[in-house]
Design a protein around this ligand. Structure first.
Ligand code: FES
Length: 105
């Protein structure tokens, strides 16, 4: 079970034990003040936007074109490490992953 380090919108880092199945969005949605994930993970709302910690960017599987299109089209606060958390599969390989929840658009 991967341990995630999540920086919320107040800049507070929390540690969350996540399952090693499903997607990153799910434990982030369950947090107080986590992502809203309005579309439920269908890659159509961009309300699950997070920034991957720089050290982790090469270790997270790359985004597919539909995700990158969504980030370009719908996200105002897009950065180089922006990802849609509903498109990142959880696994033990992500143990220690640090992400920051992006500001709401
Ligand atoms: S939950 Fe809607 S795009 Fe990720």
């Amino acid at each position: 079970m991967p341990l995630l380090r999540v920086v919320d919108r107040d800049g507070v880092e929390q540690q969350i034990q996540a399952p090693n199945a499903g997607v990153l969005m799910e434990p982030l949605r369950d947090m107080d003040d986590g992502v809203t994930a309005i579309c439920g993970g269908m890659c159509s709302c961009a309300t699950c936007h997070v920034y991957i910690d720089e050290a982790w960017v090469p270790k997270v599987p790359a985004a597919m074109s539909d995700e990158t299109d969504m980030l370009k089209d719908l996200v105002s606060y897009r950065g180089a490490a922006s990802r849609l958390s509903c498109q990142i599969q959880l696994s033990d390989a992500l143990d220690g992953l640090r992400v920051t929840i992006a500001p709401e658009d």
